[in-house]
Design a protein around this ligand. Structure first.
Ligand SMILES: NC(=O)C1=CN([C@@H]2O[C@H](COP(=O)(O)OP(=O)(O)OC[C@H]3O[C@@H](n4cnc5c(N)ncnc54)[C@H](O)[C@@H]3O)[C@@H](O)[C@H]2O)C=CC1
Ligand SMILES: O=C(O)[C@@H]1CCC=N1
Length: 268
């Protein structure tokens, strides 16, 4: 099956390799990955070539999409080498914070740019990507971006680019908060004297099982929470602590605000 057109992936790290895995399932015709790391070299396979540098891309290669998956801090150094594809390709940037304007400036030429924010559950095709298409992106290019970004999970589009900053804070970074919760549950189990293996097993399976229940249920998160919380029971006591002095709600509001501001700082 060769469902996808030729693609160029710049950066084959955690997110880039997860996206590539999703595209492989959709059927790759030809993809080139540019990444200097030894780890990324392992991504080579049927219809996938890995090169260490943009200079090694074959002269006649004409990708329909260029996916920018390097760190925002590497953008200034990496991007100018891809300006030559701006005539024919849609550029899809997943770099945190980097605006369409910044990507255009770093490329040095006008280009059709989609700014998108995936998350790491993409690695198991359970991600969510939120994307914004700039004006120069044609409907056909947007459809291709939708296919590529949707290969790793759900996709939603926004009409206002500024929304990508809080999106980055919430769904982009969200898995980290869930994993921290898992770590904290395990630590609390240890603090209560539970055997380490049991504390770990309980913390992991509680998060995994809760996510599966949320996925399988027609009820929303608040209803599922209420279903656990027996009146005058143990959970009610715990939730009262988490909400005392607005503790968790305040922490989350401030954490998301801080991450949103960091996304804005990374814009240039
Ligand atoms: N990790 C995450 O949860 C998410 C990350 N992102 C964004 O995705 C981008 C990549 O992040 P990760 O995959 O986590 O980072 P990573 O460090 O795993 O991957 C970056 C890759 O870029 C390669 N690289 C460095 N300089 C390069 C160059 N000049 N040309 C080509 N490749 C080069 C590195 O060798 C590395 O393999 C970042 O911009 C980040 O903001 C977006 C959503 C979620
Ligand atoms: O932490 C970061 O900057 C990236 C963006 C969202 C998740 N990881």
């Amino acid at each position: 099956m060769t469902g996808l057109p030729s693609l160029l992936l710049v950066g084959g790290g955690r997110m880039g390799s997860a996206m590539l895995a999703g595209w492989r399932e959709r059927g790759l015709s030809q993809a080139i990955v540019v990444d200097p790391s030894a780890e990324a070299a392992k991504l080579a396979g049927p219809n996938v070539t890995v090169v260490a540098d943009a200079a090694a891309i074959p002269a006649g290669f004409a990708p329909e999409a260029v996916v920018l998956a390097v760190k925002p801090q590497s953008a200034a150094e990496a991007l100018p080498a891809y300006a030559r594809f701006a005539g024919g390709a849609v550029f899809i940037s997943i770099m945190a914070g980097k605006t369409v304007e910044a990507v255009t400036r770093l490329l040095g030429v006008p280009a059709a740019i989609v700014r998108a924010m995936p998350n790491t559950p993409a690695a198991v095709r359970q991600g969510i990507t939120v994307a914004y298409a700039a004006e120069a992106v044609t409907p056909v290019q947007k459809a291709l971006a939708d296919t590529l970004l949707g290969a790793t999970g759900e996709i939603a589009w926004v009409e206002e680019e500024g929304l990508l900053d809080p999106v980055t804070a919430i769904s982009g970074g969200g898995p980290a908060y869930v994993f921290l919760l898992t770590e904290l549950l395990e630590q609390a189990g240890l603090d209560q004297g539970l055997p380490p293996e049991l504390a770990r097993q309980m913390a992991r399976q509680t998060v995994i099982g809760s996510a599966a229940l949320l996925a399988a249920s027609a009820e929303d998160a608040a209803q599922l929470r209420i279903a656990v919380t027996s009146p005058k029971g143990t959970t009610e006591r715990a939730l009262a602590v988490l909400r005392a002095d607005d503790a968790w709600p305040k922490s989350f509001r401030e954490a998301i605000q801080a991450a949103t501001e960091r996304s804005r700082e990374l814009s240039a």
